[in-house]
Write a protein that binds this ligand. Structure first.
Ligand code: TUI
Length: 315
């Protein structure tokens, strides 16, 4: 059995957290992951506070297990959603794309377990000082908004820099990736792209198919020049981004091209001019499965490679 401190801290069976993917991770996906023994996360993204509250209420009906909400800090609604999680008694908050420092005190007062996603040692240390219970160290193999460092380089540096448990994210899609993360000192993993194609994920079928069809080199990073780089699968939209960036277009112009593009792909299934956010591990994701099958494959796969390690590499 693979277990760690984070299982008791979060009240979960397996140290597997589902990424709080904006527009994608709703109550259906989050409750399925929590029911299967992981930690399901509702991604608030840029959704309205009313819709996020509805999703939280629905998740409570679908599972009696703990689940969390991811707050995307670039959203204009971040502050309101930060309050809603307290009002609704949500057990866990993860954050992304910024520094959640100003909300920490409120969350701690309400007994929320706070797990910021960080992409640097400096932010990890700052978050620990402000009372974070754990941190998710996310490498730039991840889909969506990313930092600069890879998971391989980032995780051990953050493990050495903080005393709170570290969860690894970015590029983890099977038991081998999970085992590698544990070897780097992580106490668990956060997985996004593989859960995106889960039966219980309500993302448009064309989005799932694009992830399943992706090859190793099919993900690219757009909008680097704006300071908010985003990893997505190649399509007509990414070619337009390249053209704009080649012409040294302004950040406003580049961000305008990206506005609403994620929703367009997720909800409308427009995978040509929409933004198909996915991680570099997409090529390893070959079929749709249930959340339970995904979690068991991650955990059993990790156990298998760890127990075979001696025979394989030590003489
Ligand atoms: O947040 C994510 N991934 C996301 S958010 C998102 S929605 C979006 N849509 C369009 C444009 C931009 C975002 C899609 N994917 N992952 C967590 C994450 N956070 N990765 C990296 C970071 C990060 C980066 C820099 C966190 C903090 C940071 O610096 C903050 C500071 O103040 O130092």
């Amino acid at each position: 059995m693979i277990k760690s401190d984070i299982c008791s801290l979060l009240g979960i069976k397996y140290p597997v957290i589902q990424g709080g993917m904006a527009w994608i991770a709703d109550s259906s996906l989050a409750s399925a992951v929590s029911n299967a023994g992981g930690l399901g996360i509702i991604g608030a993204g840029r959704n309205t506070p009313e819709n996020v509250r509805k999703e939280i209420k629905r998740a409570k009906e679908l599972t009696d297990k703990p689940f969390g909400v991811n707050i995307m800090l670039l959203s204009d609604n971040a502050e309101e959603v930060a309050k809603i999680v307290c009002e609704e008694g949500v057990k866990v908050v993860t954050t992304g794309a910024g520094n959640p420092g100003k909300y920490m005190e409120m969350w701690k007062q309400h007994g929320v377990v706070v797990i910021p996603v960080v992409a640097s040692v400096a932010l990890a240390k700052r978050m620990e000082r402000s009372g974070a219970d754990m941190v998710i160290a996310e490498g730039c193999e991840a889909g969506g908004h990313i930092g600069e460092l890879t998971t391989m380089a980032l995780v051990p540096q953050i493990v050495d820099a903080v005393n709170v448990p570290v969860i690894a994210a970015g590029g983890i899609g099977d038991g081998r990736g999970m085992a590698a993360a544990l070897m780097l000192g992580a106490k668990g993993v956060q997985v996004g792209t593989r859960f995106l194609v889960a039966h219980e994920c309500t993302v448009h079928e064309k989005y799932k198919q694009k992830v399943i069809d992706a090859k190793d080199i099919d993900s690219v990073v757009t909008a680097r020049s704006t300071g908010h780089p985003v990893r997505v699968l190649r399509n007509k939209l990414t070619r337009e981004f390249v053209n704009l960036e080649k012409q040294y277009a302004s950040s406003e112009e580049i961000e305008k091209l990206g506005a609403g593009a994620l929703r367009k792909a997720v909800v409308e299934g427009d995978v040509d001019t929409g933004s198909v956010m996915a991680g570099q591990i997409a090529a390893l994701v070959k079929k749709q499965e249930s959340c339970e099958e995904i979690i068991l494959d991650l955990v059993e796969g990790a156990k298998k490679v760890i127990s075979n390690l001696n025979g394989d590499v030590l003489v």
